[in-house]
Design a protein around this ligand. Structure first.
Ligand code: AMP
Length: 221
């Protein structure tokens, strides 16, 4: 049984889709740092304005700002039973800051599944990706289109292509992943928490593998 999880993997691996399913099945919070930044950006907070410059280039927002934002989020009530972190940590600095903060609370990360997908496939997925402006549900123009063009199936808000899913930024984001996030794999491996999952399968098969890996199928029992 595992209630504090980090979902690792490159942009486009399907972390968002799987994290929502895992969190729903387990009754824990889904905490996606990218969604939090996009929310700040949407309402025009100072953090949002700072983050915008980095996000548009496919660079990472500085660790101190990111860590503070995520730690605040996981202290909220809905995360008291646990959470799936999606897109965070993305650097070893963020991971050590998270471990330190959790240690002070007498907590720790239980498991860190890594969804693995090859680079060619990532580019193919990211290039056709669209996101709901309201609930952030992900779509793909070929593999997972909405029932009504441009409208979210779940909340009826409009769907849009993220600025950073445009071809010139995709390459930069994948480079950033290789340079800054891949060292995290070693970090969680050395803690015995890493579990590799084949992300080049149907969504349902990835969900099953993830469920098995974190020792629950549909619920914690
Ligand atoms: P995502 O939605 O996870 O692909 O994140 C979109 C963008 O938000 C990234 O390309 C970064 O610019 C920023 N971001 C999200 N999470 C982090 C993080 N943990 N550390 C730094 N920047 C982040």
């Amino acid at each position: 049984m595992s209630k504090r999880m980090i979902l690792l993997g490159p942009p486009g691996a399907g972390k968002g889709t799987q994290a929502v399913i895992m969190a729903d099945n387990a009754g824990i919070a889904h905490v996606a740092s990218g969604d939090l930044f996009r929310k700040h950006l949407g309402v025009g907070t100072e953090l949002g304005l700072i983050a915008k410059g980095y996000m548009e280039k496919g660079d990472l927002v500085p660790d101190d700002l990111t860590v503070r934002m995520v730690l605040e989020r996981i202290r909220e009530d809905d995360a008291s039973e646990g959470y799936v972190l999606d897109g965070f940590p993305r650097t070893v600095g963020q991971a050590t800051a998270l471990d330190q903060a959790l240690l002070e609370l007498g907590q720790s990360i239980d498991k860190a599944p890594l969804i693995e997908v090859g680079k060619q496939e990532l580019i193919r997925r990211l290039s056709g990706r669209w996101v709901c402006r309201g609930c952030q549900a992900p779509y793909h123009e070929i593999f997972n289109p909405p029932r009504k063009v441009g409208i979210c199936d779940k909340c009826s808000s409009d769907i849009y292509q993220r600025e950073d899913d445009k071809p010139e930024v995709i390459a930069a984001r994948l480079d950033t992943y290789e340079a800054q996030t891949i060292p995290l794999i070693e970090y969680y491996q050395s803690q015995g928490k890493l579990i590799r999952i084949n992300g080049e399968q149907e969504v349902e098969a990835v969900t099953t593998d993830l469920g098995n890996a974190i020792s629950f199928n549909g619920s914690f029992s």
